[in-house]
Design a protein around this ligand. Structure first.
Ligand code: SF4
Ligand code: FES
Length: 248
């Protein structure tokens, strides 16, 4: 395939940035999207120019590092996959592909297609954990019975990889699908109850401080989420937040 790529180039956080056109030829339909960018970068480096910066790590859909807004969609046109799992067979010979960073006030651009998603880390630090005594008195994992439905629903919430596509997709740049998933994975399990009140209050407070917008129930986040995180997690977070506020 021969393609035209229109890629966002931005030298650093303070640079204005602009779209730059690139031509790439002989792209195999079996290449992943990131492999196609690797080939482009080889060509750019050969010409003595600065390669396009983009985030990636596992390239298996599990780490949440890859991002990219491709033709106006977070993680591109496929459903239920991250950018690293997107294949060039989803495009046609002669296509023009627009490639931009995830855009949100709370995710400032660092360079080209790389954005700073450390706001998610700070939300996690505010309460996305359980405290366990690991001093040799740890309880056997099977000592606390958990209903299968609760275990399955908690596991579904725990599949969130923290990629930020929900924020990039939302017209309000809301992080509520991400935070809802992180609150839910503990709220559904007995191990999460001890710190449940502080967890939801602190995580929501941090989310607001980071400058994410509010949820207006549009549902775009659920559609673009590569892990199929359900809107039910936002409803669960809201009910956990109400319960915690009444206790406070
Ligand atoms: S909820 Fe989905 S889109 Fe949002 S961070 Fe988690 S995996 Fe990514
Ligand atoms: S690079 Fe790890 S999820 Fe895409």
């Amino acid at each position: 395939m021969n393609l035209t790529l229109k890629i966002w180039r931005q030298k650093n956080a303070s640079d204005k940035g602009k779209m730059v056109d690139y031509q790439i030829s002989d792209v195999s339909p079996d290449m992943s999207f990131l492999e196609m960018l690797d080939v482009l970068n080889d060509q750019i480096i050969t010409k003595g120019e600065e390669p396009v910066a983009f985030d990636h790590d596992c390239r298996e859909g599990i780490c949440g590092m890859c991002s990219l807004y491709i033709n106006g969609e977070a993680h591109g046109p496929d459903r239920g996959v991250t950018t690293c799992q997107l294949h060039m067979r989803k495009f046609k010979d002669g296509d023009t592909i627009y490639i931009e960073p995830f855009r949100a006030k709370a995710f400032p651009v660092i360079k080209d297609l790389v954005v700073d998603r450390s706001a998610f880390d700070r939300i996690q630090h505010a309460g996305g954990f359980i405290s366990v005594n690991t001093s040799g008195n740890t309880q056997d994992a099977n000592a606390i019975p958990i209903a299968k439905e609760a275990a399955d629903t908690a596991m579904d919430a725990a599949t969130c990889i923290g990629c930020g596509a929900c924020v990039a997709t939302c017209k309000n740049s809301s992080a509520m699908l991400f935070v809802g998933a992180k609150v839910s994975q503990y709220a559904l399990l007995p191990q999460g109850q001890v710190e449940a009140t502080d967890r939801v209050l602190n995580m929501v407070k941090q989310m607001d401080e980071e400058g994410f917008g509010n949820c207006t129930n549009t549902g775009a986040c659920e559609v673009e989420c590569p892990k199929g995180i359900s809107l039910e997690n936002i409803a669960r977070m809201n009910s956990e937040y109400l319960k915690a506020s009444l206790k406070g």
